[in-house]
Design a protein around this ligand. Structure first.
Ligand code: ADP
Length: 364
């Protein structure tokens, strides 16, 4: 019975109700009509009717009375049996529906913890399962939203407190304005600026609003331009930036601006966390993909920290990254952008030795 579809169940229950109704009518009629008829005949015998002919009117009447009597009983029994059965069938269908109604009302009121229980009717089970999946995903979204708000408040509060502190001290004359102070204020406001810009990008990327315009692109041109741009930013005693790319790299299906954004984030990090040594932009191909890696000889990331680095606002060393202007959002954006282009972003790193961030893009 558990495997029957809802349609079959409804059809069967109606059919059974009809059979029970008809059956009890027939059985009762069959059982009681002859008895009642015999009773009527005996009454007639007592009244002195001898021939069937003379008793015809009375016989017909007797049959009618017997039939009417048994029909009334049959209808009473048949209707109550069929009614009872219909009630049970309706109850079995209405119960999960009412449960679902109650749960959706709780959902609307903000209580996302409730789930649909298992049902014996497969259709309701499927509906319940989809509903539960939707509930879990909503719960996840809600949780992430709350985390984001609390992270965000934390991130905004720090620079704001620093700026307010300086301004208050300047206002009451306890410190004298000087260029160093102003540049610290500028650093903090820049941080706020970067934070809001990164957040905007991240929210667009996470909500899937970022338009991704995939078309065949030539990686060598993009990588050469980027290496030139970043080399200009490197300090004289800082790391050197190299491009290691074979000439026969095929075109990839990607969004030029988004790929540039990923590389800017990865190269920016490599430069930020590498004091000296090398940063290599390496490219190689596999059967259906082209891999691009940013390899540095910087401070590296410990094995315990590695699983968290793609989480937004996560920083290995909060005070150091804050000082260096990091927001902890760059890698979250980079990963989302890689995924939106059909690739994946991976990392290997060893503390004190350096890190390798690599991602792939599909070839044309
Ligand atoms: P941030 O803006 O702080 O750099 P990211 O999301 O780009 O934020 O990076 C998150 C954290 O991962 C950084 O704070 C840093 O601790 C670590 N990290 C990222 N890239 C590197 C790297 N190349 N070398 C060492 N640590 C890194």
């Amino acid at each position: 019975m558990a495997k029957l579809s809802l349609g079959t169940r409804l059809f069967l229950s109606h059919f059974i109700v009809m059979l029970v109704g008809l059956g009890s009518f027939v059985v009762l009629a069959k059982l009681s009509s002859p008895k009642m008829f015999v009773l009527r005949l005996e009454q007639l015998e007592h009244q002195g009717f001898i021939t069937v002919r003379s008793a015809r009117t009375y016989l017909v009447k007797g049959f009618e009375t017997a039939w009417n009597g048994s029909a009334v009983w049959s209808i009473i029994f048949g209707a109550s049996a069929a009614g009872g059965l219909s009630y049970v069938a309706a109850e079995r269908i209405m119960k999960p529906l009412n449960q679902m109604k109650a749960i959706t009302q709780k959902f609307a009121a903000g209580d996302l913890a409730e789930r649909m229980p298992e049902s014996v009717i497969p259709e309701f089970n499927q509906l319940g399962n989809s509903f539960n999946r939707m509930a879990s995903s909503l719960e996840g979204v809600e949780q992430r939203r709350q985390e984001l708000i609390s992270d965000l408040t934390h991130e905004l509060r720090t620079p704001l407190t620093v700026v307010r502190g300086y301004l208050e001290e300047l206002a009451d004359g306890s410190i004298q304005p000087n260029s160093e102070l102003y540049s610290r204020l500028v650093t903090e406001t820049r941080r706020l600026e970067r934070l809001t810009r990164d957040l905007q990008e991240l929210s667009k990327a996470e909500a899937g609003y970022l338009s991704i315009n995939l078309r065949p692109i030539n990686l060598i041109d993009l990588l050469t331009t980027l290496v030139e741009k970043f080399t200009d930013q490197l300090l004289e005693d800082g790391p050197i930036l190299k491009l290691d790319c074979p000439d026969d790299i095929p075109q990839v299906m990607a969004d030029l601006d988004r790929t540039e954004q990923i590389l800017v984030n990865l190269l920016g990090n490599a430069i930020r966390y590498t004091e000296k040594g090398e940063i290599t932009l390496k490219v190689w191909r596999t059967k259906q993909e082209v891999w691009i890696a940013v390899i540095d000889t910087g401070i590296g990331i410990s094995a315990e920290d590695l699983p968290f680095i793609f989480e937004r606002f996560w920083r290995a060393d909060k005070s150091r990254s804050r000082y260096s202007g990091g927001t902890g959002i760059g890698l979250a954006i980079a990963r989302r952008l890689v995924e939106l282009q059909g690739g994946k972003l991976e990392v290997t790193s060893e503390i004190g030795k350096g890190s390798e961030f690599r991602f792939c893009l599909p070839t044309v």
